[in-house]
Design a protein around this ligand. Structure first.
Ligand SMILES: [Zn+2]
Length: 267
């Protein structure tokens, strides 16, 4: 707390804003909490409601502590095992609205901005959001930020593309997202996934979970290991919008073996 002398209503505002009761869940793609999952359970990234305690905060969050295939994890720079098949991603430029969930800012597309063909299934972009610093690490190293492009199938399967970001040159492609993060509620933000992906299409993939409660498993992760660059100013905007840092620490890999492939733009 900055000033204890503030009127109670002002003191309450940041607490309410961080309760996760916003208009959209954080990591999941549906328009509201799934049945039986309470959107009212308060959780955060530190202290008594931090990541180590999520599993105890609600019976619905049990997977956060009891699960054995959780995300994020530390990724190898290069896995020996190769992905089977040839997944593709197609992009349809659209516009989106920025939404503050209380834990991150999402950019929600007006229509399917990208489609991933993966293992015979078709996943469509539901929303993209960010974490500061990155959640996945590569060879033990965290990066400055990580974007998650949450894709889902009609039957509720989830595939998340991770785009890591490091400080460097200003990134025009991600600037609309950055502007949306600075001013939640902005509509008609350009969203063109084709130009937002890293130039190097190499990914490390594995099966994990949502990185926010309820930490649901069965999520296909596809993380590009070459980061995009964002300027220091762009990263500062995300940092400011991250509700005081919003990265879950890495979890044990267990018996999962990440594998490598490329996910490049198709026709
Ligand atoms: Zn995420």
């Amino acid at each position: 707390m900055k000033k204890l002398a503030l009127p109670a209503v002002l003191l309450l505002t940041p607490l309410l804003a961080s309760c996760g009761t916003g208009p959209a869940p954080d990591e999941a793609a549906t328009a509201g909490p799934p049945p039986g999952v309470s959107g009212e359970v308060h959780w955060s990234y530190e202290g008594a409601e931090g990541p180590a305690e999520w599993g105890q905060l609600s019976a619905d969050f049990e997977a956060c502590s009891a699960g054995d295939a959780q995300s994020p994890i530390d990724l190898p720079a290069h896995a020996d095992q190769q992905a089977a098949g040839h997944p593709t991603i197609t992009s349809s430029p659209t516009v989106g609205e920025s939404v503050d969930t209380g834990h991150t800012i999402q950019l929600v597309p007006a229509s399917g901005a990208s489609t991933v063909e993966w293992d015979g299934a078709e996943f469509t972009l539901a929303q993209t959001h960010f974490h500061v610093p990155s959640e996945h690490t590569v060879e033990g190293e965290a990066m400055d930020a990580e974007f998650h492009l949450v894709h889902t199938t009609a039957d509720g399967e989830t595939l998340v593309i991770g785009v890591l970001a490091e400080e460097g040159a200003e990134n025009e492609a991600w600037q609309p997202f950055v502007e949306g993060a600075a001013t939640p509620g902005t509509t008609d933000l350009p969203l063109d996934v084709a130009v937002m992906l890293p130039a190097d299409p190499t990914f490390e993939a594995y099966e994990g979970s949502l990185t926010t409660p309820p930490c649901t498993e069965g999520v296909q992760w596809v993380v590009y290991t070459t980061p995009v660059e964002l300027s220091a100013e762009q990263i500062a905007v995300l940092d400011e919008a991250s509700h005081g840092h919003n990265a879950r620490p890495t979890l044990p890999q267990g018996d999962r073996t990440p594998y490598e492939g490329t996910l490049a733009l198709g026709e």
